[in-house]
Every structure is written in structure tokens, then in C-alpha cells.
Design a protein around this ligand. Structure first.
Ligand code: NAD
Ligand code: MG
Length: 381
């Protein structure tokens, strides 16, 4: 019997983090969490540490009572990713804050099971080049990208005509644009099919999440933007499609649970038995339906894809402005309809900044956050 592989779980207290620990609890022969990190939920992290006794623990914002042996500050993510006992880094941090750890893990030649899609939105070209240069591997956790990876198995790039990402449409799928603009925080947090952290739940309500995912798919699979499309599928059973050049279309299906894509990102290209995923019952799942995106009601989708196409610093500006806008919305400082307004303002001002180095990308990120706060502070949002 071979030793279990060491996993660094970044963002262990979050929605993906806790789902991942449920998967790891069923797969103790194969995997062992050897590093855990969290942002500020010290008590939740301490409970996980008591259960799993990892070799490394990091807490970005710990108080005086955090054990002295724990890593502190933003650098603890990189320390966890570089820990010698680690062979797979499961990056389940939210936001651009996850990028340095992804780069560190790839530089160390490790597998990155990537939930942190913002990593590829901010630094896509840099991240894929780092993986190539150092032999690191990126495997998606995001359900759409996991579906595409599964459909692409054994195929060559020239055989692919189109990727079709499914979107649930979020809680405002059938709302008018005026009603959406006035949506409250509790309206926006009521996702119809997925239980997730608050930032991605708001992104799913604006459809910014799908723009981030189109950019993520572009970098992961090397497919041009004009061959990546989005279709609304409210039941979230078909996780995405791949259309091939002969017209054949493959899809991957399953109940909306992140545990399967998390496990697959750890075991890819192999599949292993897992008792945690419910048996597929098409009759119980019922009717599957599809709709076109209502772009006029969800401007964040087109704006994000345009930023991806523009390249350079534009996707980093879009991402950072969106992160700042979502935080302001959740804090009650910006109406829902203000999110696309301030992101558009930041893109208009900053999208043509240089984005060819990590330093330039961080400068664009910081400028975009400041621009959003400036618009809200001046009352122009
Ligand atoms: P979450 O808010 O529930 O959890 C985030 C985790 O990251 C927490 O452990 C938190 O402590 C940590 N964290 C937050 N900010 C941090 C920072 N600045 N530095 C270090 N650690 C930080 O979020 P989530 O829903 O689990 O999402 C995590 C990532 O996975 C996001 O990029 C999201 O888009 C992606 N994702 C999530 C789902 C889902 O079902 N939740 C599905 C697909 C992709
Ligand atoms: Mg997704």
C-alpha cells in the first residue's frame, strides 16, 4: 500500500474547504490533509486542526490566542503550498488573494486542484506559463470545468469545435432589469441550486461568475473566446458540454454537489469509488430546460467576457472591481444595480493599464479597488 498523498487545503473553513474535508474523510487511504489555512475563522480552524493534526496550519488574521506555531499573515498560503509534505494544493480561497499560492505550488511542480477561479482570471497567461515551465499541473474544481475536462478525455485540441458552459441563471433569472437593480442582499444570497460562499453567490446573481468561468475555461483549455458560449440551464444537472468538429456533443451530468468535482480534481485522470455521491436518478431529477442568457438584464456577463478578450490588465481590473463592489453590496454600501456601474467605471478608467508582469497586475488590481471605493465615496455609484 502506498502512502497517502499530502494535500494542502487553502481556505479549509469555507464552503469548498469543508466539502473537501468531507471527501478526504472518506478517502483516508489515498489522501491526507497535511496543511490547512483559513482567513479569520480561528475557532473553526482550531476544530479542524484537532481532528486532522496537519503538519502546517496558517491563519491570515489570527488574534492573540492563536497558537504560536501557526503561520500568520497572507504569506501563510504560500508556506502551506510549499510545505515539503504536500503533493496536491487544493486552492479553495476566494478572490485574487489565492494567486500567489497557485503560482508557488506550480513553481514547485505540484498539482493544483483549483477552485479559486480568480487565480486564472487575474493571472491566466502567467499561471499557465508557470505550470508549463515547472511541470506543475492545473486541474479544475469548478463544476463546469470539471465537466469539460471529463468530456475532453482522450481528445485532441483540433477535434473541439465549441465549449458550452451551463449557468443556473441565479435567483434573478426571471426578474426584470429594474427589479434586479433594487434587489436586497437576502434576495441575492438565495441561490436556487447551489450552497456556496457569499462572494460566489452574489457573482452567480449578477452572472459575473459565468464571465469569470469563461475566462477560466479559455486559459485552462486554450480555446479562443469566440468558441466558448453560455447557456442557461436552471436545474444545474448538466454541468457543461463540449461540441466536437464532427457535430457530436458530450455532456457531464450529476446532482449539484461539489464533492464529485473536488474528488476528481484530486484523482484525475483516474476515477475511484466514492460512497458520498448520490446515485444518479434521471426520473427523480425530472425535466431539464435551457434558455438564452438575457444580456440586457445581466450586463456583468458581457462586460467580463469583453475584459477577457481585451486581455492585459483588463481581466484583473474587472475581477478586482467586482470583488470590491460585491463586498460593498454585502455591507449595504452599494445597491445591487451599482455593481455593474462601478465595475464599468473602473474598466473605462483602467482597462488599458499594462498587465504583462505580476507587479503590473497587482498595480491594476489595487487601482481598480481604489477606483470603486472612490466612485462609492463620491456618491457617483
Ligand atoms: P467561502 O467564502 O465559503 O470560503 C473561502 C475560504 O477562503 C475560507 O476558508 C476563508 O477563510 C478563506 N479566505 C477568504 N479570503 C481569504 C484571503 N484573503 N486570504 C486567505 N484565505 C482567505 O468561499 P467558497 O464558496 O468556498 O469559494 C472558494 C473558491 O471556490 C472561490 O474562488 C469560488 O469562486 C470557488 N468555487 C466555489 C464553489 C462553491 O460551490 N462554493 C463552486 C465553484 C467554485
Ligand atoms: Mg462553476
Amino acid at each position: 500500500m502506498t502512502e497517502p498523498q499530502g494535500v494542502a487545503l487553502l481556505g479549509s473553513t469555507g464552503s469548498i474547504g469543508t466539502s473537501a474535508l468531507r471527501v478526504l474523510a472518506r478517502q483516508r487511504d489515498r489522501f491526507r490533509p497535511v496543511a490547512l489555512t483559513a482567513h479569520g475563522r480561528q475557532a473553526a480552524l482550531a476544530a479542524q486542526v484537532a481532528e486532522w493534526t496537519p503538519a502546517y496550519v496558517g491563519l491570515v488574521q489570527g488574534d492573540a490566542e492563536a497558537p504560536a506555531t501557526w503561520g500568520r499573515g497572507p504569506d501563510c498560503l504560500v508556506a502551506a503550498a510549499e510545505h515539503p509534505d504536500v503533493s496536491i494544493v487544493l486552492n479553495a480561497v476566494v478572490g485574487a488573494a489565492g494567486l500567489p499560492a497557485t503560482l508557488a505550488a506550480l513553481r514547485a511542480g505540484r498539482r493544483v486542484a483549483l477552485a479559486n477561479k480568480e487565480t486564472l482570471v487575474v493571472g491566466g497567461a502567467l499561471v499557465t506559463a508557470t505550470a508549463r515551465a515547472h511541470g506543475g499541473t492545473l486541474v479544475p474544481v469548478d463544476s463546469e470545468h470539471s465537466a469539460i475536462l471529463q468530456c475532453l478525455a482522450g481528445r485532441q485540441p483540433h477535434e473541439v469545435r465549441r465549449l458550452l458552459l451551463t449557468a443556473s441563471g441565479g435567483p434573478f433569472r426571471q426578474w426584470s432589469a429594474d427589479r434586479i437593480a433594487a434587489a436586497t442582499v437576502s434576495d441575492a444570497l438565495r441561490h436556487p441550486t447551489w450552497q456556496m460562499g457569499s462572494k460566489i453567490t452574489i457573482d452567480s446573481a449578477t452572472l459575473a461568475n459565468k464571465a469569470l468561468e469563461v475566462i477560466e475555461a479559455h486559459h485552462l483549455f486554450g480555446i479562443p473566446y469566440d468558441r466558448i458560449e453560455v447557456v442557461v440551464h436552471p436545474q444545474s444537472i448538466i454541468h457543461s458540454y463540449v461540441e466536437f468538429v464532427d457535430g457530436s456533443v458530450l455532456a457531464q451530468l450529476g446532482a449539484p454537489s461539489m464533492e464529485l468535482p473536488i474528488l476528481f480534481a484530486l484523482t484525475w485522470p483516474e476515477r475511484i469509488p466514492d460512497s458520498g455521491v448520490p446515485a444518479f436518478d434521471p426520473v427523480a431529477l425530472g425535466t431539464l430546460t435551457f434558455e438564452a442568457v438575457r444580456h440586457e438584464a445581466f450586463p456583468m456577463l458581457g462586460m467580463g467576457i469583453a475584459a477577457g478578450r481585451a486581455g492585459g490588465a483588463a481581466p484583473a481590473v474587472y475581477n478586482a472591481a467586482n470583488e470590491a463592489a460585491v463586498a460593498l453590496f454585502l455591507a449595504g454600501a452599494l445597491p445591487f444595480g451599482g455593481i455593474p456601474r462601478v465595475v464599468e467605471g473602473a474598466l473605462t478608467a483602467l482597462a488599458t493599464q499594462p498587465g504583462d508582469t505580476l507587479e503590473a497586475l497587482w498595480a491594476a488590481d489595487a487601482a481598480a479597488r481604489a477606483h470603486v471605493h472612490g466612485q462609492v465615496g463620491r456618491g457617483t455609484a
